[in-house]
Design a binder for this molecule. Sequence first.
Ligand code: FMN
Length: 432
Amino acid sequence: MADLRSNFVGIKSPNPFWLASAPPTDKEVNVRRAFQAGWGGVVWKTLGSEGPPVVNVNGPRYGVVYGADRRVLGINNIELITDRPLEVNLREIKSVKRDYPDRALIISLMVPCDEESWKAILKQIEDTGADGVELNFGCPHGMAERGMGSAVGQVPEYIEMVTRWVKQYSRMPCIVKLTPNITDVRKPAEAAKRGGADAVSLINTVNSITSVDLDLFAPQPTIDGKGSHGGYCGPAVKPIALNMVAEIARNSATAGLPISGIGGVTTWRDAAEFMALGAGNVQVCTAAMTYGFKVVQEMISGLREFLDEKQISMSDLIGRATPNVTDWQYLNLNYTTKAQIDQDLCIKCGRCYAACEDTSHQAIAMGPGRVFEVKDDECVACNLCVDVCPVENCITMRELAVGEMDARTGRPVQPYANWTTHPNNPMSRAAE
Ligand SMILES: Cc1cc2nc3c(=O)[nH]c(=O)nc-3n(C[C@H](O)[C@H](O)[C@H](O)COP(=O)(O)O)c2cc1C
């Protein structure tokens, strides 16, 4: 059976599944129950230093986007960092770590951007016996307005400076948590590396307004008639997170910098995808908030079975897809596919026809008896018919072999060519 033991920047855990810093890791009782359920590690809900008190709203903190079956697709929150006293958190961390020495216990931190504040809190964290710190440069609401969280994460120079202080005043591994609310995520990751970070973790939540109450004319969640933007997370943000993880993994300036993947991980498959793109482990919040701590059991057994089936180890999986992420101009423009419809599976709904006829390439014909057929001479292989078809595997894409006639172009499929060398690229002709 595949070995799921993980060693992330020297922090050992029995599996690569950690709970992300958030309500599930807010206090001792939660974290103990999480460990009993099988989580390999937790990142404790972000601690701040003494200072202006952290006061949360007393109205709803969350806005939700549902799928058609009321499944939670995304959660938007306006919660702040922990509002529990620092000394209580520190005492609880110490007690949990003592009883669970084999689990990873990382402490998320957000303190004002001055050297003394960081120096002071790091000493207190070290005394708890925790395994490492995660710097919260990501939360987009509430604390950012006080010059912390994403206000730091959006300025690479600040990231580098604070990371340097953390490495100077502590021996603990330091993970820098990045905000997605930035144009090019490679810049803050590079800054973290320059500052001496042991790893980066991403993503924190995405700036968002999930919906507007059309009676109150105010964003939801609504607090006494007003709303503010919040941070979006859950399955809906996974595509954004995967791309950002891949961007960092394949950037030569951050090559080898370990990545903890976060954002919408709900199943073992999500975790495997993050790992294949270069994440050394994953962190989870929304899935635990939606389904409870035991979701980790499915993640553990699913990942183990997957690795066994593929006959690869976890380290073989990590980064295995990274070399296959490339820039558009390197895609093979001679690779040719055509849609094909399985008439036995077709339920004659006509969605493929409507989508293709109205918005794509008029490449599906509707014959007598609502028989739908692909017109190979019009099909550009955009995949929209596959995407809108309600029956899985009813419409699939068939790859044409090199040399096979493409009815659309009237020419046989040619061997590999990318845009850089493609005859239609004026730059490549100029280079000839
Ligand atoms: C209610 C709530 C509170 C959160 N609080 C924190 C926090 O204190 N510190 C932090 O770094 N991230 C915080 N996060 C962000 C999560 O750690 C995580 O980065 C994000 O939710 C994406 O993961 P997910 O899609 O699995 O939820 C919070 C998320 C939620 C939903």
